[in-house]
Design a binder for this molecule. Structure first.
Ligand SMILES: [Zn+2]
Length: 237
């Protein structure tokens, strides 16, 4: 007698269970039956303009070339419309992350459409909620989906974003992006100053959309720690 399951099947790597026979080479499994070398949550951080979005898109490209399927998400990108854009002109469609969006549901819904999801690329992760980071961890541990997050570490007050604090606490790997952005003095830029009317401000909402050009009402400028603390913006560009 054939008894075809009518429950929805997902196309992801099968979750282990009793009698589960995924086929192919058997991965080494821990005492809980889960793969020992499974997915990972990685967070890459750096100041503005250090190439985070470029690296995010490059990583997406590298993985897709190997036949893996992923989703790209972003929040409050500089451009209008949900896409990841980079300072050097690359762009990629992306899913806009809202407070209401559950990343686990996003993956499940995609699976339900018959589309595999091997990994998530989460750009602008500093602006996600702490709950989103918990969801990322669960995607890794419970769904075997890799999550690669990219973002600023600190806000304009030089304090960690809440989501970033959680990423530092939970991620398997945290890496500083090694593309240096220089302060006007030539030292390595570390902190993102918010500039209003030509002055560095240290109070206000944590997220205010600005730009990096001099003419913008609110703009951001990467400074070394010395000049961030002194509030010195250097000669006008
Ligand atoms: Zn400096």
């Amino acid at each position: 007698m054939t008894d075809h399951a009518t429950s929805p099947t997902c196309l992801a790597r099968p979750l282990p269970g009793p009698g589960d026979s995924p086929g192919g080479c058997a991965a080494a499994r821990g005492v809980d039956g889960r793969p020992l070398h499974a997915a990972a949550l990685k967070f890459f951080w750096g100041p503005m303009d250090c190439g985070k979005s470029t690296m995010a898109l490059q990583m997406n490209y590298n993985h897709s070339r190997q036949g893996r399927r992923g989703l790209v998400t972003t929040r409050i990108d500089r451009s209008l419309g949900p896409q990841v854009t980079t300072r050097i002109g690359l762009a990629h469609e992306a899913i806009e992350v809202t407070d209401e969006l559950d990343l686990r549901a996003l993956v499940r819904d995609t699976w339900a459409e018959g589309v595999r999801v091997d990994y998530l690329i989460c750009d602008e992760a500093s602006f996600y909620s702490v709950e989103h980071v918990e969801q990322m961890a669960e995607l890794v541990d419970g769904y075997d989906v890799d999550v690669y997050a990219f973002g600023l570490a600190t806000d304009f007050r030089s304090c960690l974003f809440p989501a970033v604090q959680r990423l530092f606490e939970l991620a398997d790997e945290v890496a500083r992006i090694q593309v240096e952005v220089l302060c006007w003095c030539g030292r390595e830029g570390l902190l993102n100053a918010r500039v209003v009317d030509g002055r560095v401000v240290r109070e206000g909402a944590q997220v205010v959309i600005g730009d990096t050009v001099d003419t913008a009402e609110v703009r951001y400028q990467v400074l070394c720690r010395r000049h961030y603390r002194a509030g010195e913006l250097g000669p006008r560009r």
